[in-house]
Design a protein around this ligand. Structure first.
Ligand SMILES: Cc1ncc(COP(=O)(O)O)c(C=O)c1O
Ligand SMILES: N[C@@H](CCCC[NH3+])C(=O)O
Length: 415
């Protein structure tokens, strides 16, 4: 099914013209397709089949309450990295026993809260964190379920800023030291060792790095068994890429089937933490052309969305599609789509052949993941609205910030 079909020159979300959404909710606005989110999540669930395990959506990719609520209703678990994400998941109706808690810098307060609600497990990333978690669990009079995030030193072949499974990255525990750290974890009071975890990077477009990492983890699990430590689950992280332009990542089912084949008789449950592959292509950023500014060197279209709304192009030189919402006759020229922010790096697309006029609406494609969640108030710009479409109906799932929101909670110094 096409979630963003073009019908007689008009771009739709499901069966609603995007122009209607701009009319009702203004711009810039993130627009999500309920069907696209549902289908991508269910592709993971179906691929998991009756193998025991959990599909834990990585909340950092999209933490909108409407999105989290939809996924919770579909039976999702969640991968969180902060107390804030925990609060949002609980508010959206996520089940604590389906939450895995990742991240290199968990605070004692966040650990306490996660213990109180009873998360599925803590993915521990260092020995210091292990010692602290043991202390906090003892103070709370409880036992923390623990999985060690291992750094398998595998090259994920992705952008260096989003590669996480190499020795030089800050993430996880060096796989060579993992047996020792497991022995320490097993000996510490207040902890129960339940699993092993790795996440080697994001926007992976090849199967091999996943399988290399998995093989290293399985060898580790074998070693641990000989030392009397047996695990209940293996967590392969997230990281599966999507098509932004011409990338051809393996389909969800191909990845999961390859993983399941290697786990077949291990008795291990399979935990996954997909983010981008569930929501990136379920969302677009709807923006309006404010001014056209052709120059001798370049043609700039100044749009009302900026790097504060979607920082991926500036941060990773990411390419995301840009389509005119309602096509019209006009000369096609090559445009840079730039925002109002005072930075040369403030662009959402470069060198795009488009027939444009001031007032046109543009959809920046594939922005459902790491779009709104990485947005900011830079240049004191209110954050965009977020809308969910179901068939031909649109619901506001987060109101646009107002100018009053920009000064809330802040006060002038007394004279
Ligand atoms: C620990 C962890 N799990 C899951 C994810 C989700 O990754 P992706 O959005 O690439 O699926 C990330 C982000 O890269 C992560 O750091
Ligand atoms: N934020 C990144 C991905 C990082 C994933 C978090 N570990 C992106 O937009 O591509």
């Amino acid at each position: 099914m096409a979630y963003f079909p073009r019908v007689q020159g008009r771009l739709h979300v499901e069966s609603l013209p995007l122009a209607d959404i701009a009319h009702e909710f203004g711009t810039p606005t993130y627009v999500y397709s309920r069907a696209a989110l549902t289908d991508a999540f269910q592709a993971y669930q179906h691929a998991l089949g009756d193998h025991p395990g959990l599909v834990c959506f990585a909340v950092k990719a999209n933490s909108n309450l409407g999105v989290l609520g939809l996924l919770a209703d579909l039976g999702a678990g969640f991968d969180i990295v902060s107390e804030g994400e925990l609060e949002r998941v609980l508010l959206a109706g996520g089940k604590p026993e389906k939450i895995v808690f990742s991240g290199v810098g968990k605070t004692p307060a966040a650990m306490r809260k996660a213990l109180e609600v009873g998360v599925h497990c803590f993915n521990v990333e260092s020995e210091a964190e292990l010692e602290l978690l043991s202390e906090v669990a003892l103070q709370c009079g409880t036992t923390a379920p623990v999985s060690l995030r291992v750094n398998p030193d595998v090259d994920a072949k992705t952008h260096p800023y989003i590669s996480t499974g190499l020795k030089e990255n800050k993430f996880g525990i060096d796989i060579a030291r993992a047996p020792e750290v497991y022995a320490r974890a097993a000996a510490l009071a207040g902890l129960r060792v339940v699993g092993v975890d790795c996440h080697i990077g994001s926007q992976l477009t090849e199967l091999d790095p996943f399988l290399d990492a998995l093989d290293r983890l399985l060898a580790l699990i074998n070693q641990l068994k000989h030392r009397g430590i047996s695990l209940e689950h293996i967590d392969i992280g997230g990281g599966l890429g999507v098509t932004y332009q011409q990338e051809t990542p393996p389909p969800i089912a191909e990845l999961i089937n390859a993983v399941k084949a290697r786990l077949s008789d291990s008795g291990l449950a399979l935990v996954m933490e997909p983010g981008r592959s569930i929501c990136a292509n379920a969302g677009v950023l709807l923006t309006e052309v404010l001014f056209l500014k052709p120059t001798e060197h370049k043609n700039f279209a100044i749009i009302d969305a900026a790097m504060n709304d979607n920082i991926r192009p500036a941060l990773y030189q990411a390419w995301q599609g840009a389509e005119v919402v309602d096509q019209h006759a006009g000369e096609t020229k090559t445009w840079d789509l730039v925002g109002p922010v005072c930075e040369t790096g403030d662009f959402l697309a470069k060198d795009r052949p488009l027939a444009l006029a001031a007032g046109d609406l543009i959809a920046v494609m594939s922005t459902g993941a790491y779009g709104f969640t990485m947005s900011s108030n830079y240049n004191s710009r209110p954050r965009a609205a977020e809308v969910m479409v179901d068939g031909d109906r649109a619901h506001l799932v987060r109101a646009r910030e107002t100018l009053a929101d920009l000064t809330r909670g802040e006060s002038l110094l007394p004279n």
